[in-house]
Design a protein around this ligand. Sequence first.
Ligand SMILES: [Zn+2]
Length: 394
Amino acid sequence: MSMAEIGPGSEGGSCRLALTDEDRDGRNLFVKWCIEAGCSISLDDMGNIFAHRTGRNSDLAPIVSGSHLDTQPHGGKFDGVYGVLAALEVIRTMNDFKVETEAPIEVVVWTNEEGSRFAPAMIASGVYAGLFDKEYAWSRTDSKGISLVDELKRIEYFGDQPCGAHTIGALLEAHIEQGPILENNNNQIGVVIGAQGQRWFDVTVKGQDSHAGSTPMPGRRDALVASAEIVTMLHQLAHDHAPDGVATVGEMTIKPNSRNTIPGEVFFTVDMRNPDDSLLKIMADTFRQKSEACTARHQVALDINEIWHNPPVKFDPNCIAAVSNAVTALDYSHQQIVSGAGHDACQVCRVVPTSMIFVPCAGGLSHNEQESAEPEDLEAGCNVLLQAMIRLAT
Ligand SMILES: [Zn+2]
């Protein structure tokens, strides 16, 4: 709640866009809390923060947990922040009970997870995992043309460690689910086994602009009517792959966008997800075939351009077991779950053994100022994180 007071939203949430003064103030508060908990702080050249608690064996790679402190413009209090503060609470609890671990324990804050100010999202964890080039990440600009690296330097979070050089033995990320599954099933903990694969498409449908009054219905080449059919077909296609498959058309541009002209061209985006890559391929192939049949029927041209294929993520069996054993020992209601959203953990897992812990959020609502979670659920997630980290660090 103290963190949420920094960059407060107008409706109870938070607005701390990456590398703004608000983000800096949130980071400063976090660093102050970590130093009070006896941690030493290091910083890499993507602005990722590592707060270190020594273990008995400093040669061992640290067991790390954390998430992000940046938010959406109308963000909630819990997305990202929970994972960071849960990890800090683990360290505070270890201090309270004088717990010593073999491996050091660390809290990480990843820069620009949301991608709201600087696209793409999860950029700093992506650089860490070698998925993005650092020069590319530094050169990303916001809507005013200000670069990520200039903002990193301005808020004094440009560190001296090269991003990716900081060793991590294992990574656990606690996060609100951002979906309704745990709440609907009355489960307190989600043992996250992986994340969905995603395929993104840019689609252009071209017909012919024509007079809305004098053009008879037969023979029209209406790009919007064809596009509308494709949208409905996609919706059905995802239902056919329920509950795992999802598909969304979230963006559409109509040309000429005039009340009394038949739309000659429509552009729209498709976001398609499935935790199984072969089923995702079937969804993508069916989408293409049915779209072609539809546009042929309407005598319009179709261009489908796949701009991104992010294969599904499977988390590390050993990290999943650490979480699973912790949750069983603590006797919380739980289930296995696949993440529908992207997270820093989904990037870092390409190079570090990783898994995640989900807790419910009210109505599954996130990226919204009303985002809310129950103290008992947050505490349960934190207890699971503590026990899992002890298991991994001993
Ligand atoms: Zn998040």
